[in-house]
Design a protein around this ligand. Structure first.
Ligand code: ZN
Ligand code: ZN
Ligand code: FE
Length: 748
């Protein structure tokens, strides 16, 4: 007696070839019914003999397509029967919470076709299939179907139509399907807007321009990139000047994996991530730290004074075809000025950046949602994310509780992301950026809108930071919805607890650059104890003064001076090291008065600021060029063989690190000093962890420092103390939105 079941599946099941997979499976087992996308994921009716249905359901979970993920399957017997199996068009219905598929890099099958002169898509820059191509960046609304994407303006030719409609074809229901006959086209413009070349010759033309030393803006998957030859010091410097990015490292795209091996000391795991279908930028140790290597990346200009570099491989057919023609390393960096959001249209590009680039490679498919490149690094033996965007985002995290009230979390101020929670789900936006400019603020609002309008999410309350000055906090306050505020560093720890599903009390260590504390001072070296019912601030780094407030962040020499005042009091004049002597003695005296009185010098307990100060004392930086610079430079100096550390003291005012200043300044060898500084921080964590006898959770941007993180992990493992670290969201402020959302668990 045949039975019929209704099956609802949620997870990543749209835009990943899931329906054709179900179709083929149903054919294989001779089952009838249908499958279709709906607002939550996929719905199917499946009819057949009991035993066969069981095997079918097993295969469904066991053999899911590479890119699909099944989070939730519900099945229920219903009445009715079917004569055949069909894939039916999506119903719009109530759009709720279907996973939005991220963009995928060119797959192997398509790459082979791209190179096959007999194939009709030979050298076609927009080749894609059900396993690769744009998704989120072209999606106008759910469900994910062609008329809901920016491919809607391209009418399929007869051949494409056939492929699209044939369940046996690789391109069955591949929404962005197209071919040279019916798809988008490339074009090259000068920076004044003059059209130079159109169609097939564009790539060859652009390759020539790049080799001649021009800066070319190239339309990638989620926005324009500024591209130039990475071998020419002069060209890279020109890009730096024009982009107003004096020192921050650039990522380098290389033609093939073997080229990455020439430039970076790549291990097995890093190779896997580089070649994964998400194709993020991966930070890798430089192979030739301080000279031009054979492959001739101008390291000193591309990533000056740091020990690692970001590499990535071509991920769209445009990049693949371009790199085949170039065969050289290129810089490929988001098209923007400084930290503004990535630009997605040629019009905006010309308005804002025409003085930065010389030429532009454009195409006529609209990017609906901007998406930056993702950044990852292998730490310990795990892949960690520094930025989650293209390939990963929007990201979908399962909560281990039911969120009854649809909630929006608006994140932090820097590296902002937003998150939306409902039911057992948290949906996290791609990286938005630092909310310090009008442009990023605009991008923030757009992203919130995308979530609300395009994906049909209606928040009933908003979670934000304690800091009333943040754009995100102001948004929350003006939303008219119920507002819940969560302290920054607790949000860090909650984000870790949410993604790692931690349900017992832990010692949560949140170390970062800045965040407003309960007491109105700036925190950033925090030790919490607690669980979902609350995190109590157990101890912290002993606060010191940010001399001049925010100025001290940009001018870290002020931090070094403040620490010397702290440590030596009235005796400071004898203790000022040579490299601080360039400071005028009258000014130093004024600063000392400021320090004593506290005038515009709030207290902070931030480890990030300690990194800055130590980098100054070791003569590495004076003024900061970019966030995280001090950490990267200290890391570059570290001697892995150095195991010593400096003294510190636990006091009533917190953990006093300033004892180490004596030794630090006397140390002749900066490498030893940098190593011992980082070792000291790891030792502090070990000590507190041993006292508290709890599992340890590490969060906050400071743990992006690979040397510190690996050291801490090694010490804790050796002491047999369980330790949790981020795998799904960044440990930096990109993870805050998830933490803000998840901490509501206690109230549900
Ligand atoms: Zn493909
Ligand atoms: Zn076609
Ligand atoms: Fe933070």
């Amino acid at each position: 007696m045949p039975k019929t079941f209704e099956v609802r599946i949620e997870g990543v099941v749209q835009g990943v070839g899931f329906r054709p997979f179900v179709y083929r499976l149903a054919q294989k087992y001779g089952l009838n019914g249908f499958v279709r996308n709906n607002g939550e994921g996929v719905l199917m009716h499946i009819s057949g003999e009991d035993e066969v249905l069981r095997v079918f359901m097993e295969s469904l979970s066991d053999q899911v397509p590479e890119r699909a993920r099944l989070d939730y399957i519900q099945q229920q017997e219903i009445k009715g029967s079917y004569q055949d199996f069909q894939i039916i068009e999506s119903l719009e219905g109530k759009r709720q919470f279907a996973a939005i598929p991220p963009d995928l890099s060119l797959c192997l099958d398509c790459q082979n076709e791209l190179k096959d002169p007999k194939n009709r898509r030979y050298q076609y820059p927009f080749i894609n299939c059900v396993n690769c191509g744009p998704r989120y960046t072209i999606l106008k609304k759910l469900p994910y179907d062609r008329p809901h994407t920016s491919m809607d303006v391209f009418e399929m030719c007869e051949t494409c139509k056939q492929e699209y409609g044939n369940p046996a074809d690789r391109r069955y229901h591949a929404q962005p399907i197209s071919c040279p006959e019916c798809g988008p086209r490339l074009s090259v413009y000068r920076n004044d807007g003059t059209l130079l070349v159109e169609g097939d010759d564009s790539l060859q033309h652009v390759a020539r321009l790049i080799k001649q030393g021009y800066i070319v803006a190239i339309k990638g998957m989620g926005g324009f990139q500024l591209v130039c030859d990475a071998r020419w010091q002069k060209v890279v410097r020109k890009l730096r000047e024009k982009k107003r990015r004096p020192k921050k490292p650039f990522a380098v795209m290389l033609p093939i994996m073997q080229d990455v091996d020439k430039c970076g000391a790549v291990d097995e795991q890093e190779r896997d991530v580089l070649m994964s279908s998400e194709r993020p930028i991966v930070l890798v140790k430089k192979r030739y730290p301080h000279r031009l290597d054979k492959f001739m990346v101008a390291c000193d200009e591309v990533a000056p004074d740091v020990g690692k570099m970001g590499f990535f491989l071509p991920y769209t057919p445009i990049h693949v075809l371009l790199m085949e023609r170039l065969k050289i390393p290129i810089i490929a960096t988001s098209a923007n000025i400084s930290e503004e959001p990535i630009i997605t249209s040629r019009e905006e590009l010309q308005q804002k950046l025409s003085s930065v680039y010389d030429y532009v490679l454009d195409y006529d498919r609209e990017i609906v949602h901007p998406c930056d490149d993702s950044v990852a690094e292998v730490v310990g033996d795990q892949v960690r994310f520094l930025r989650k965007a293209r390939g990963y985002a929007p990201d979908w995290i399962e909560l281990d509780f039911e969120m009854e009230t649809p909630t929006l979390a608006v994140g932090a101020h820097l590296k902002n992301t937003v998150a939306f929670g409902y039911g057992k789900r948290a949906l996290i936006s791609p990286h938005i950026g630092d909310l310090g400019t009008l442009e990023t603020e605009q991008r923030f609002l757009e992203t919130v809108n995308i979530f609300q309008e395009v994906f049909g999410m209606e928040p009933k309350r908003v979670v934000c930071d304690l800091h009333s000055g943040y754009v995100s906090t102001r948004y929350a306050e003006q939303s008219g919805l119920e507002v819940i505020q969560v302290q920054h560093h607790r949000a860090h720890i909650f984000s870790l607890m949410a993604e790692q599903k931690i349900n017992q009390p832990i010692l949560g260590i949140a170390w970062d650059g800045t965040g407003l504390g309960d007491d109105g001072t700036i925190w950033g070296g925090e030790f919490f104890i607690g669980d979902w019912s609350g995190l109590e601030r157990k101890t912290h780094i002993k606060p010191f003064r940010l001399l001049g407030g925010d100025k001290a962040v940009k001018e870290p020499w002020r931090l070094a001076v403040a620490l010397l005042f702290d440590r030596y009091g009235q005796a400071w004049p004898e203790m000022v090291p040579e490299r601080l002597c360039s400071l005028d003695s009258v000014m130093l005296e004024t600063l000392f008065q400021m320090h004593q009185s506290g005038t515009s010098s709030p207290f902070c307990s931030s480890i990030g600021r300690w990194f800055d100060a130590v980098a100054v004392l070791l003569g590495l930086v004076w003024e900061r060029a970019y966030e995280g610079e001090a950490g990267l430079m200290l890391e570059a100096l570290v001697d892995p063989g150095e195991s010593g550390w400096y003294d510190y003291e636990k006091t009533a005012e917190g953990i006093d690190l300033s004892l180490m200043l004596d030794s630090l300044m006397q140390e002749g060898d900066p490498s030893k000093a940098a190593s011992r500084f980082i070792n000291t921080l790891a030792q502090v964590i070990l000590d507190i962890a041993q006292e508290e006898k709890l599992s340890v959770g590490l969060s906050g941007g400071v743990f992006q420092n690979r040397t510190l993180s690996e050291r801490v992990l090694a010490l804790l493992h050796h002491a047999k103390i369980p330790v949790y670290f981020h795998e799904r969201v960044p440990c930096n402020d990109g993870g805050i939105a998830l933490g803000q959302l998840a901490c509501l668990k206690h109230f549900e």
